[in-house]
Design a protein around this ligand. Structure first.
Ligand SMILES: Nc1nc2c(c(=O)[nH]1)N[C@H]1C(S)=C(S)[C@@H](COP(=O)(O)OP(=O)(O)OC[C@H]3O[C@@H](n4cnc5c(N)ncnc54)[C@H](O)[C@@H]3O)O[C@H]1N2
Ligand code: MOO
Length: 387
């Protein structure tokens, strides 16, 4: 059994960034730029007022000034301000030539076309041209684009983006016992559910989940499913990964030319995870237990999808949190214990069995227990991954 860290390194080595494509800016949320975006102009493009008030030159409190015109957002005052003069100005309007600052209207007394400055504040209330960014400045965040990025790119006048193509991830649930949600399970059957959760995790990571029909435990059916998924970038099977007589994924994948890099890791839950390549595709065989499949997706598939969208692949971010219960010593597999986050800290859910989806849905994250860790006391700090 290889370690979780080694398995992650090997999975990441199977992937490479997908080719860039061009999209409209309004489709950019969650996508990853493939090249730096370049600002087409200065922002602000000119000095502007940050207040409704009066643009003035070298005037001081008590001065009386003549109002000679108006500068509004979108319609500037075209003249030049001289000593003893002021220009009525509004927020976002260009500062007139000759003006040094803006006096907010609350700080003047107006009488006809004259104002008297009643108070002087330290701020100039002027937003300098290019203070936000300048033409030629670049924006290239190494993470999925957020709403703030889209706002910035719009302000930079970048209407089209070069982003990495979204990965296509085929998800193949397998097992004679499975019936799709809404179906009628026979006497020995259950509802297929794990695959739905994996598809949702993949979609949330910005990839396209291609959900495939349930595949019976027969070599020919599994072959047909792999063939149907041939245009995906990543093929993920669920179930049939272990050592039972009906666990046919590994032998069938191998017979079709798959090169399996590893099959079994020191991870709980998720020991029978396998990873490799099938032609140009990355192949990941997830264990059937739904919690195991989700933990493996969190630890390996999501980082792999980052590599495919041009980001550095890395283990999920951990935080240090307080333990809210005593824990026994850990065994020979790194344990990812489902836990809720309470005021007292991370509290493991009542059972860590890998079939219990009610507890997976209850959990806020997982506590990481390293191989061979001794008993841990309530109040100790532990590593934790939030879902
Ligand atoms: N002798 C051994 N037996 C097992 C070992 C082992 O090392 N030696 N490993 C155990 C571990 S750990 C796991 S995890 C499971 C993984 O088994 P498989 O990947 O072969 O998965 P299946 O047997 O097909 O299914 C396991 C379990 O999950 C249910 N399942 C499968 N797919 C779905 C789905 N899409 N939605 C909901 N539930 C699903 C399936 O019905 C089984 O109950 O092996 C242990 N055994
Ligand atoms: O590793 Mo299995 O995933 O314990 O249930």
């Amino acid at each position: 059994m290889i370690s979780v860290a080694e398995a992650l390194a090997r999975v990441l080595a199977l992937g490479a960034p997908l080719a860039p494509e061009e999209i409209d800016l309004d489709q950019g949320l969650g996508r990853v730029l493939a090249a730096p975006a370049v600002a087409q102009l200065d922002q602000p493009p000119f000095d502007t007022s940050s207040m409704d008030g009066y643009a003035v030159g070298a005037a001081a409190t008590g001065d009386s000034l003549q109002v000679i015109g108006e500068s509004a957002a979108g319609a500037r005052f075209s003249g030049v301000l001289s000593a003893g003069e002021a220009v009525r100005i509004f927020t976002g309007a260009p500062l007139p030539a000759g003006a040094l600052r803006v006096v907010p209207q609350e700080d003047v007394l107006r009488d006809g076309d004259h104002i008297a400055i009643t108070e002087d504040q330290s701020s100039l209330f002027v937003r300098t041209a290019g203070d936000d960014f300048r033409a030629g400045d670049t924006h290239f965040p190494r993470r999925p684009l957020r709403p703030a990025d889209l706002g910035l790119l719009a302000a930079m006048n970048v209407p089209r983006l070069s982003v990495h193509r979204r990965a296509r991830v085929a998800i193949i649930p397998g097992g004679d016992e499975l019936v799709p949600p809404g179906g009628r399970p026979g006497p020995d059957q259950i509802i297929a559910s794990g695959d739905l959760a994996i598809a949702a995790m993949v979609e949330r990571a910005g990839a396209i989940a291609l959900r495939q029909p349930i595949v019976p435990d027969h070599v020919d059916a599994i072959r047909a499913a792999f063939t149907a998924a041939a245009d995906a970038d990543v093929v993920v099977t669920i179930g049939g990964a272990s050592v039972g007589d009906h666990d046919l994924i590994a032998p069938t994948a191998r017979a079709m030319g798959a090169v399996i890099d590893f099959h079994r890791i020191a991870l709980q839950p998720g020991k029978p995870l396998m990873a490799g390549t099938l032609g140009h595709q990355v192949f990941i065989g997830l264990p059937g237990n739904p919690v195991s499949a989700q933990i493996c997706t969190l630890l390996f598939i999501l980082p792999l999808l980052d590599v495919l969208r041009g980001l550095p692949g890395a283990a999920p971010k951990t935080a240090r949190v307080r333990l809210a219960a005593d824990l026994p010593a850990n065994g020979k597999r790194q344990h990812y214990m489902r836990a809720t986050l309470t005021d007292e800290g991370a509290l493991p859910v009542r059972s860590q069995e890998s079939n219990l989806q009610s507890l997976m849905a209850l959990a806020d994250g997982v506590i990481i227990r390293p191989i061979g860790a001794g008993p841990a006391k309530c109040g100790e700090m532990v590593d934790y991954i939030a879902f």
